[in-house]
Design a binder for this molecule. Sequence first.
Ligand code: PLP
Length: 445
Amino acid sequence: MNKSQLQQHDREHLLHPFTDFHDLGRQGTRVITSAEGAYITDIDGQKMLDGMSGLWCCNLGYSRKEISDAIYEQLNTLPFYNSFFQCTTIPSIELADALAEVTPAHMNNVFFTGSGSEANDTNLRIIRRYWDLKEQPEKRIIISRKNAYHGSTIGGASLGGMSGMHKQFQALDYIEHIQQPYWFAEGGDMSPEEFGIYAARCLDEKIQELGPEKVAAFIAEPIQGAGGVIIPPETYWPEVKKVLDQYDILLVMDEVIFGFGRTGEWFGADYYGMQPDLMTFAKAVTNGYFPLGGTMISDRVADVIKAKGGEFTHGYTYSAHPAACMAGLATINILRNEKIIENVRDNTGPYLAKRWAELADHPIVGEARSLGLVGALELVKDKGSRARFDDDCTAGGVCRDMSIKNGLVMRATGDTMIIAPPLIITTEQVDELVEKARRALDDTA
Ligand code: PLP
């Protein structure tokens, strides 16, 4: 099939996630055909620097044969067996061990799933089970944040705080959403530091309003990713810690994007010095090469669930798929052996910070922020007032198309441009990324 035939079949038979089908009618899908290192190539032969690591997945890029070989060998040895009903497999045990080593010291248990959404649904089940076993069944409510993204299943989307998603389904009624720490858009006259404290105190207010005896858990991404790479002010997480320490409430950190090195530490929780009770992961755990997600469970929670006995009536057929576990092991080995995360912390992260910040001088950039290997640009019509171009945030869509034209994949969340390049990016490739981003901004202005 040629390109237009492929696009026609695509339109006729594929219902794409998070896609406006009118856009497909106008532009057709981009058909990606191959990838190497930090670059992807489309059916027209255009090579693009992948500033989004696929979908925040391929932290080690596209050419790690060790991972695909590990999957292949496992598929030829034991292509599938489940971990239900007193069964297990060697890859699942080995990956559980490795995860216990690389995650914070108090997290020594894992529940495997096939995706980040399933992992957050699992968190909902674990939280309920934990408080029931603790004989505090009235602890039911979960607090999340506006504009958070926690997945697309009913549980994940209810936990998430994206209004556009909530309009299209009926969210679970025991989840409450509070202020997000988005200083650029919502900080008003406050300094970032003041706003960080304010946003954290909103958690305290909500807990008091609901009654701490009814609140089961608070869930948050260390940095809101899909919401627009919202890096909280430095005061935010220490203040959240103070609030949570006062009450008997579980902390769930959703590390689906920030786990496995993006901040320059293994997990966002390490970066911010937090000690979550549950930690969601997916995506980069297998470098995106095989579907796998899960939740790390603190000793505090796991001990109750294990010690009190009784069946935990939850699980997915593909929980701990052996080939996925081998992909996870190979990924963790590379991250460790090649000191990839240390290189982000000491070298490429600081270099990106320096180069990315230069884009703040562009006439349509209201803020250029980054941390580790993640960054965002706020597109504005007027720098002083931070006014957007229009209510529908169409500048972001234009800038995304202009970046592709210039050979760079950037994502647009409204009028916020996002990057999360593979962790293997070199400083020369960071230069290339920033130069292409600048050209995309010029073409958008
Ligand atoms: N949680 C966060 C923070 C995410 O960014 C995502 C996906 O982008 C998910 C959960 C859902 O993961 P999945 O798409 O694997 O279900």
